[in-house]
Design a protein around this ligand. Structure first.
Ligand code: GUN
Length: 298
């Protein structure tokens, strides 16, 4: 049976470190500032954003939330982002996705100042990650958090290990592959057009599921002893819990994968908690950089 990787406790450790370093920055008269912007009333987004703002306060940050009506125009949102770009008390800006269809999300992301882009989605940060400029990049939170969990198991140098990332999104799959490559793993990105996906997955010492398809990756796709990182968070019906009830599952079929893996992240309680923790870490890193200081905490 696999070791279960406890993302909750790893995230709590990160948040503890962030709190301490934020307090240290306080001695220089600086408080890390995070602005979270949400447009519209998507209930899932409301929950995510509330968690982000709450954790920021817990870390001792200056935490600002802008909740805008669903009818907000693109120009109004651009104007808000530009105001936050110019605000010296704000070191991190996160615009919650998805945005309403009438707003071009790509344009909004590219409006965020790259040095405040704590999501790491701006082309500048994407390019820095891809070229290995990690000292000045801001790295997307979910892949960064997944990487910390991998480091706990394998250390920082993944030389000789093969990694398969299932999923090629800009938010997870591609940055995850860049981070694994930067750590010297031999990396393959798989996706819906990949031939014989089960066989490819069986070659992976590190298998990352980031496709957004409930329990698609089966236990017999997992190489014995492999480390399995499940990034998926999918809500599926759970009639066994009662009518209309649901449960969260990952992209990996946990019960069968657990039998083959050496270590595996559960859903919930694996990668999920790491995402918010890394958002705090990114905001802290940005505040240090804005102060002309170097943060070497994580
Ligand atoms: N919506 C779901 N995940 C994310 C994320 O990581 N960042 C932003 N901005 N929106 C999201």
């Amino acid at each position: 049976m696999a070791d279960i990787i406890d993302g909750k406790s790893a995230a709590a450790q990160v948040v503890e470190g962030v709190k301490k370093s934020a307090a240290a920055l306080g001695a220089h008269g600086i408080k890390p500032g995070l602005a979270v912007v949400i447009v519209g009333e998507d209930p899932a987004s409301q929950v995510y954003v509330a968690n982000k703002s709450r954790t920021a306060k817990e870390c001792g940050f200056h935490s600002v939330q802008h909740t805008l009506a669903a009818e907000t125009s693109e120009a109004e949102l651009v104007a808000l982002v530009e105001k936050l770009n110019a605000d010296p008390d704000i070191h991190g800006i996160l615009v919650q996705l998805p945005l309403p269809a009438h707003i071009d999300a790509g344009k909004i992301i590219q409006t965020i100042a790259p040095d405040k882009d704590v999501d790491g989605f701006h082309f500048i940060n994407v390019g820095k990650l891809a070229t290995g400029e990690l000292d000045t990049a801001l790295v997307p939170c979910t892949p960064a958090g997944s990487m910390l969990l991998i480091e706990k198991r394998h250390g920082k140098d993944l030389s000789g290990l093969s990694a398969v990332v299932v999923g090629r999104s800009n938010i997870v799959g591609k940055p995850m592959a860049s981070l694994l490559l930067a750590a010297n793993a031999t990396v393959t990105i798989a996706h819906s057009r990949t031939k014989d996906l089960p066989a490819l997955c069986r070659t992976a010492d590190i298998l990352v599921g980031a496709v957004g398809r409930p329990e698609m990756i089966k236990g017999d796709w997992v190489k014995p002893g492999a480390t399995v990182i499940d990034v998926g968070i999918n809500r599926v019906p759970a009639p066994d819990k009662g009518e209309g009830k649901s449960r969260l599952v990952g992209d990996v079929e946990f019960a069968s994968a657990e039998r083959n893996a050496g270590a595996i992240t559960p859903v919930p309680g694996g990668v999920g908690p790491m995402t918010i923790a890394m958002l705090m870490a990114n905001t802290l890193v940005s505040a240090y950089r804005h102060a002309g200081l170097e943060y070497r905490g994580l």
